[in-house]
Design a protein around this ligand. Structure first.
Ligand code: FEO
Ligand code: CA
Ligand code: CA
Ligand code: CA
Length: 634
């Protein structure tokens, strides 16, 4: 008698249960319980509710930290869908620099109709600002800002096709990318661009760069234009950033693949190009139309010269940016720089794609104050994170022997394949990493991953739910944190837990409600930018779904929140305008201004006219937020 015939009078559910009884405790329950309620991780404090994370109930419990004990001394801002910036009572904001704004007196003013030309854009602030850092020289302030990409509907909005149509359109697009280095100063308390400053500089997709590190000169980097494999032109899709203790800026090349295409429709990209998402079509930038190096059928090695971290000296406008191949090649989000106990430089880095990995670089040389630190990022070891479900983890070094690859140079170019070879943990899109200045610990925003538990990553690695990535079809994202063993960022083992699982407790009563420090008043989705202030508070920026309906009802526009690592409390500090993402931070020296990036307001025809109002073109901008009583922020 078959099993089936025994159970024909049962419902399908009961039939399933009889054949496969559900465990009393699901894997999810166990993993989240361990991840979020372990005692002792934070020493004398307990980060989360002391009870286990129970699906559907604690998610509705307000954050544990009481108002009396709160270190977040501002009134929470309610979620909203307004086309403006909303800050707490007692705070104000103003625009510091916006897309197309002239950096020199001979630059043209931004043209609302044409949205600029190749020439005007080369002399103006770039588009879609992202990561940034503020540098100082005496009393002067030099803001260095990534200009990640362009929205073709906006930058080519005067065209019927909303596409680049000629070589000057491509020139404009390339010049809107890269980095803007601008001196800023305060007039009557408000920050603005200092036109004609000798520091002002545009670095674009055409700026000469030097290739350094293990892959310098490797065959994979040689092209017709550069048979030595040691120099390249430009940087693009610069997402998050880092800054070094020796005063340089790190810009991180993220979705570099979307700019390449093939004029030969029968061209077969290599497995390696496929792994990095380089294919026959670009994402609408059409750069190959005017610049042949973006045609992979003619220049198949050109994509190998992008996807790096680039080190820039913002204080020397004549310096040549250096691509640091030792830090690996992938879709770099940001670069969080800390020091190991012995003074070696440690850089934490995420690869932002569904099911890709989290990395760490450790320099061979040591940082010394006032020493020659210029090339510390030229050589060192590259490691990838392997998380265990028991709250422990290790950094696996990527070497020819651990990966089976032929050389360190190849590992530095095909880093994703190296990490797959050692069985690294597939993550829910690692975005920014931020290290707590008051404790030896670091946090990474895992923004979301609709493919978790659904399909493998681009390398075919399994993406079943795992410790720090516990939810299948993860719509909302989470923030993982780790503490290196021995309180040393140079250690190769660590403990980890989850700081928050984002969610929506007003529409879900399961894991998608979020962790116990998420409630109807502070809920959000898709954490992305992370940064600590000097008080040790974690600022969280979002790049998520702003439809404000269904799974995202009540989340409103993208926003910025502040979290207390010790209590787990999270409060919304700011809401951005319609269709934007909030990304990038910097603080003024006196800590009385926080600079925040507003990227792509009005993307996807969402109808924003921020920041200029009326019928104006929406423009990405850096804003300054200050307290009306002139006291410190963070
Ligand atoms: Fe450019 Fe992963 O954000
Ligand atoms: Ca990002
Ligand atoms: Ca975005
Ligand atoms: Ca993002």
């Amino acid at each position: 008698m078959s099993d089936q015939s025994k159970t024909t009078d049962l419902s399908f559910d009961a039939f399933d249960e009889e054949r496969t009884p559900p465990p009393a405790e699901t894997d999810f329950n166990r993993i989240v319980d361990r991840a979020m309620s372990r005692r002792g991780f934070l020493g004398s404090t307990i980060a989360f509710g002391t009870t286990a994370f129970v699906l559907g109930s604690t998610a509705l419990t307000p954050a544990r930290a009481s108002a009396a004990a709160s270190r977040l001394g501002f009134e929470a801002v309610p979620a909203n869908a307004l086309d403006t910036i909303t800050v707490p009572d007692g705070y104000s904001w103003h625009v510091v620099a916006k897309w197309g704004q002239p950096l020199w007196s001979h630059s043209q003013e931004f043209d609302q109709t044409t949205r600029g030309t190749g020439e005007s854009q080369e002399l103006a602030f770039g588009d879609n600002n992202d990561g940034m850092a503020l540098f100082h020289d005496g009393g002067r302030n030099i803001l260095t800002v990534n200009n990640e990409y362009t929205n073709r509907d906006i930058i080519y909005g005067d065209r019927e096709t909303k596409l680049p149509e000629n070589a000057d359109d491509v020139r404009k697009g390339k010049a809107a990318h890269g980095i803007s280095v601008v001196e800023i100063a305060q007039t009557d308390g408000k920050w603005g661009i200092v036109k004609d400053s000798t520091f002002n500089r545009r670095i674009t997709a055409d700026t000469p760069m030097e290739i350094t590190g293990p892959a310098r000169g490797h065959d994979l980097l040689k092209t017709a234009a550069d048979p030595t494999g040691t120099t390249s032109l430009g940087t693009w899709n610069n997402c998050g950033n880092g800054r070094t203790p020796w005063g340089t800026y790190l810009t991180c090349e993220e979705n570099f693949n979307g700019y390449f295409s093939s004029s030969d429709e029968n061209y077969q990209p290599s497995d390696a190009l496929n792994r990095y998402g380089v294919g026959l079509k670009d994402w609408g930038y059409a750069w190959a139309m005017a610049d042949e190096r973006f045609d992979i059928s003619k220049h198949p090695n050109e994509p190998n010269r992008a996807g790096y971290i680039v080190e820039i000296d913002p204080m020397d406008p004549t310096s040549t940016p250096k691509k640091r191949t030792a830090l690996g090649r992938f879709k770099h989000e940001n670069a969080e720089v800390v020091l190991a106990a012995d003074g070696r430089v440690v850089v934490y880095m995420g690869d932002d794609e569904r099911g890709e990995f989290l990395y760490k670089f450790i320099s061979n040389g040591k940082y010394t104050k006032d020493g020659d630190n210029a090339d510390l990022l030229e050589d060192g070891s590259l490691h990838v994170a392997k998380f265990s479900d028991d709250g422990k983890g290790e950094w696996v070094e990527l070497t020819p022997s651990s990966t089976g690859m032929s050389s360190q140079a190849e590992i530095c170019v095909h880093t994703r394949m190296a990490a797959s070879a050692v069985g690294a943990t597939t993550m829910d899109r690692p975005e920014w990493v931020a290290a707590n200045p008051r404790l030896i610990e670091a946090y990474c925003a895992l923004t979301n991953n609709k493919n978790r538990g659904v399909k493998p990553n681009a390398g075919g690695d399994d993406t079943s739910a795992n410790g720090p990535n516990p939810r299948d079809k993860n719509l909302y994202g989470q923030i993982v944190r780790w503490r290196p063993d021995g309180a040393d960022h140079g250690a190769n083992t660590f403990s980890w837990d989850l700081f928050v699982l984002a969610g929506n407790p007003t529409v879900h009563n399961d894991a998608h409600a979020g962790s116990s420090n998420v409630n109807a008043d502070n809920m959000f989705n898709s954490p992305d930018g992370l940064g600590f202030d000097t008080a040790g508070l974690l600022w969280i920026q979002t790049d998520g779904n702003y439809k404000n309906e269904g799974d995202f009802a009540g989340h409103g526009n993208n926003q910025m929140l502040v979290g207390d690592p010790e209590s787990g409390e999270i409060k919304r500090f700011m809401v951005g305008p319609v269709g934007c993402e909030v990304t990038g931070f910097a603080w003024s020296v006196d800590r009385k201004t926080v600079f925040v990036g507003i990227q792509h307001p009005g993307e996807k025809n969402t109808g924003s006219h921020w920041p200029d109002g009326g019928n104006s073109v929406p423009r990405s901008a850096v804003i300054a937020i200050q307290r009306d009583d002139n006291r410190f922020i963070g």
